[in-house]
Design a binder for this molecule. Structure first.
Ligand code: SD4
Length: 333
């Protein structure tokens, strides 16, 4: 009970979290960095918003926080950024105009928590953590997840910003209210989930994944991000992985679990993420219309990143530096 109360106080102070952005930021590089040193900690996260998320996660570790605190508070940064239209506050709504959120978290003890189809809460990752820490369950959805959050002190807020509302109206106009946006021409536009993986100086690993999901999706649609094993998986003996992109492809191949199992069987993180993308290429007939990106981290602090088509980038904090890298891709254009 005491732990739970402390945790809630911490989650509620999320709105007051201040991040000094950009201290460690550097230019994007056009080659994948594959870690080889044993220097820990290492934090890796999806897309360019990962730079500030990594910084926040490292600050938590530097201040003596746990690796679970670090991954959770790292992803608070894009969740509470109203300018980020793919995560938390300011995310693109579904086709009815409601922002619905998916999030999951896993710790080094193998415990997991997630929420899906959650509305009106700025930090779904912290609700997922509360599910993990204070209930015997793994996943809460929709109304029930909201009720659980409100009962535990989270505040109900409107997440639909004027910018996201305008984008929604324009998209409806352009697509004729078609639930499938034009992926062919804009493969990366709707894919900006943050997945963040970390290993601390003790070698303990955790991961967090949070998103507003597919822009202008059919109401009720849930993606891969809150599905343990699809959008996120952590096995503290082996490594961890997370995914971004068209979640349906990741769910059909249980992508993050696959990456970790490949590492268990001896693959490096880079080999594992490449094989998981290859699995999608082989098994999902219409994969070429979509984008998928995986990142992975193993027990030695080695990392991997790979995607279906060019355009995916990731942020890596390693050896005291936080940098953005372009991922290699299966298709070259
Ligand atoms: C989903 N995988 O809901 C998420 C979307 C995503 O960056 O990755 N956005 O399918």
């Amino acid at each position: 009970m005491i732990n739970r109360r402390k945790f809630i106080t911490k989650a509620l102070s999320a709105g007051a979290l201040t991040i000094t952005p950009g201290i460690l930021r550097s230019a994007s590089r056009s080659f994948p960095f594959i870690g080889t040193s044993n220097d820990l900690p290492v934090i890796i996260s999806t897309w360019n918003h990962g730079l500030e998320a990594n910084e926040a996660a490292i600050k938590v570790l530097n201040n003596g926080g746990s690796i679970v605190d670090a991954v959770e508070q790292g992803v608070w940064v894009p969740e509470e950024d109203p300018g980020n239209m793919s995560v938390g506050l300011g995310g693109f709504p579904d086709r009815e105009g409601h922002v619905t959120l998916d999030a999951s978290i896993m710790g080094p003890d193998g415990n997991a928590g997630s929420v899906c189809f959650l509305e009106n809460i700025v930090h779904p990752i912290s609700v997922a953590r509360l599910v993990m820490d204070s209930t015997p369950h793994v996943m809460l959805s929709g109304e029930g997840a909201l009720q659980f959050a409100l009962e535990n002190g989270f505040k109900k807020e409107n997440l639909l910003t004027p910018e996201a509302e305008e984008a929604w109206k324009n998209a409806l106009h352009k697509t004729g209210y078609d639930p499938k946006p034009n992926w062919e021409n804009e493969p990366n536009k709707f894919h900006d989930t943050i997945g963040l993986l970390g290993i601390d100086t003790n070698g303990d690993m955790a991961g967090a994944c949070t998103t507003s999901g597919l822009g202008f999706k059919i109401r009720g649609r849930v993606g891969d991000s809150p599905i343990i094993g699809a959008g996120l998986f952590v096995d503290n003996e082996i490594g961890c992985a997370t995914a971004t992109g068209m979640g349906e492809l990741v769910m059909k191949t249980v992508g993050s679990f696959l990456v970790v199992e490949l590492m268990r069987n001896g693959r490096t993180p880079q080999e594992a993420v490449e094989e998981a993308i290859l699995r999608i290429v082989k098994k999902v007939p219409d994969h070429k219309k979509y984008q998928i990106g995986f990142i992975a981290l193993n027990k030695k602090g080695e990392t991997g990143a790979y995607c279906l088509k060019p355009g995916f980038n990731y942020a890596l904090y390693k050896d005291g530096e936080n940098k953005l890298f372009d991922s290699n891709s299966y298709y070259k254009k």
